[in-house]
Design a protein around this ligand. Structure first.
Ligand code: GLC
Length: 569
């Protein structure tokens, strides 16, 4: 077995703005994060992914960068950032930074210069096209915000492309000087000793240079398919790897969307020297309608199983690698979408955790997920929301199209990314111990019951479940490298699978419903697994009997049975 540390890792996403505030301005900061460094050791994670902390006008909370080489003053200073790196490394914790390569802020000096004149030396750093014959935008692409993806620039008399906000102009990766400039940015951070990058929207860097109209009709089409996995993407990544990444001991996790299995293999097979792993939101988006991500789609366990199987078998099987998650700062809380935020909050949060740590892939935890944090019920009016996508959706649907406000707000309340971004709930003191001031997003009202301090003292808490799963991963290579095989493929409530290697075999049974669920193992599996011992589960009653051919799971129960191979300890 070829051991690879980033496959064995568990990665924790720190959304800095909401993690821990040290100076009472209501915004999380580096000093606050440093003060919590021991927390990562306590939980057992070995890598922190830090959301963007570079200078930014914050149209997209840091994903619109004005200066890649300086720290946003509200977060602190470069010295504090260096101290953070030191404190994490002292504890054997890696730090990966968020690398936004697809676009800058429109306030970045490159863009300010580029938009001022056609003769600017930075003009080709961005993507400019003349108006269509009717004087309108060059093509029919919409952005992720459901608005036109092109904005007219008076000084140069043409349009620039932005797959997100007009204040996030897309960079032109086809231009060699831009690539060289970005390689310098990457080198700047790598020379500081960081351990890698989460790479934002990375499979959008190469666009189809014909810029054809798209037939895609969904609201957030953003030029797909012409803006995804474009003609030169592999060349750009290979170049970045050869010229920069390969000179350091690091790993990369690239955010990719609209990828086939074959695409992922191209991005992540080691011999291709592109990325270490990809991050795909495919599973976390199962409850979003195709035509408009703000609308809900009823998902079934079959849908989830299908997506998971695809990644386990078709990507993991032939040597590709990926991060595993249902939560990040771009999705509502996973327990709300895939579990139960009410009666079975604790049970379902733990069941989902068991899944995310026992499937193939590197687990990514969003801060607060390990406490079972849920969607915020008090975000109700459009003014309550901070994130730009909610506001853009409101503008397009209510103000431009005249859709009923109540209908649109109902969707926003359910799906907004702000749910993932409310402050971390440390304890039951005011504002959950996040800040002494007024938090930039409101603290969830359940913080007196749902907080770290309470959960540290409760062995049955979601927090302790995560801790144990993370520890198990260190003790059992089967969780990382083991083969995968699905069982009970038609079951409507239970997701069941095996992981196995030469030493041991695990049977994992997860009830995705709020009702009891019965299982019966097929003969061949039963012959091997009957008598396997209970290893771990999310039920408070831990004295489980050995595995039988049939059994019943409680609502949202998750169980792991373990059978050791003959000859192993
Ligand atoms: C990624 C980020 C998201 C951001 C977008 C634009 O998807 O995760 O938060 O809005 O890229 O940078």
């Amino acid at each position: 077995m070829h051991k690879i540390y980033w496959k064995e890792s568990v990665i924790y996403e720190v959304y800095l703005r909401s993690f821990k505030d040290s100076d009472g301005d209501g915004i999380g900061d580096l000093k606050g994060l440093i003060s919590k460094a021991d927390y990562f050791s306590e939980l057992g994670i070995d890598t922190v992914w830090l959301s963007p902390i570079y200078v930014s006008p914050n149209v997209d909370n840091g994903y619109d960068i004005k200066d890649y080489l300086q720290i946003q003053p509200e977060y602190g200073t470069m010295e504090q950032w260096e101290q953070l790196l030191e404190e994490l490394h002292k504890r054997n914790i890696r730090l990966i930074m968020d690398l936004v390569l697809n676009h800058t802020s429109d306030e970045h000096p490159w863009f300010i210069d580029a938009r001022s004149s056609r003769d600017s030396r930075y003009r080709d750093f961005y993507i400019w096209r003349p108006a269509a014959e009717d004087g309108g935008p060059p093509n029919n692409w919409t952005s992720y915000l459901g608005k036109p993806a092109w904005t007219y620039n008076k000084a140069t008399g043409d349009y620039y492309l932005h797959l997100y906000n007009a204040k996030q102009p897309d960079l032109n990766w086809d231009h060699p000087e831009l690539r060289a400039a970005m390689h310098e940015v990457i080198t700047f951070w790598l020379d500081k000793g960081i351990d890698g990058f989460r790479m934002d929207a990375v499979n959008s860097l190469s666009k189809d240079q014909r810029f054809p109209d798209t037939e895609e009709t969904k609201l957030q089409a953003s030029g797909e398919p012409y803006t995804k996995n474009g003609p030169r993407i592999h060349e750009f990544l290979r170049e970045m790897n050869d010229k920069v990444f390969s000179k350091y001991e690091i790993f990369t996790a690239g955010e990719t969307s609209q990828v086939t299995d074959d695409d992922v293999l191209l991005y992540t097979k080691p011999e291709r020297r592109e990325l270490s792993m990809v991050l795909s939101a495919e599973a976390s988006k199962l409850a979003d309608a195709e035509e408009d991500q703000w609308q809900s789609k009823d998902w079934t366990l079959h849908d989830l199983r299908k997506v998971m199987l695809k990644w386990q078998r078709d990507v993991g099987g032939p040597g590709g690698w990926f991060g595993l998650y249902l939560s990040n700062h771009d999705q509502p809380r996973m327990v709300a979408t895939f579990g139960d935020q009410g009666e079975y909050r604790v049970q379902s949060a733990k069941m989902l955790a068991i899944m995310l740590h026992t499937l193939k892939g590197t687990p990514f935890i969003l801060q607060g997920e390990e406490l079972g944090m849920t969607n915020h019920p008090g975000l109700t009016r459009i003014e309550d929301f901070n994130e730009q996508q909610a506001h853009a959706y409101y503008d397009v649907m209510v103000l431009e199209r005249g859709e009923p406000e109540e209908l649109i707000m109902e969707r926003i309340r359910k799906k907004s990314r702000d749910h993932a971004r409310t402050p971390m709930q440390w304890d039951d003191s005011p504002h959950a111990g996040f800040t002494s001031g007024r938090p930039w997003l409101p603290v969830h009202p359940d913080y007196r019951e749902v907080n770290l301090q309470v959960q540290q003292d409760d062995p049955d808490s979601v927090f302790h479940c995560y801790k144990k799963l993370i520890r198990l991963r260190k003790e059992h290579p089967v969780m990382v490298y083991g083969e995968f095989d699905v069982l009970l493929e038609e079951h409507e409530q239970i997701f069941a699978y095996r992981r196995y290697d030469d030493d041991e075999e695990w049977l994992i049974l997860l009830n995705f419903s709020g009702e009891e669920a019965r299982w019966e193992l097929p003969e061949e599996a039963a012959a091997r697994l009957e008598g396997a011992s209970f290893l771990f589960g999310n039920d408070t009653d831990v004295s489980k009997p050995r595995c039988h051919r049939t059994g019943t799971l409680k609502p949202y129960e998750g169980l792991i049975y373990q059978r050791l191979s003959h000859g192993s300890a």
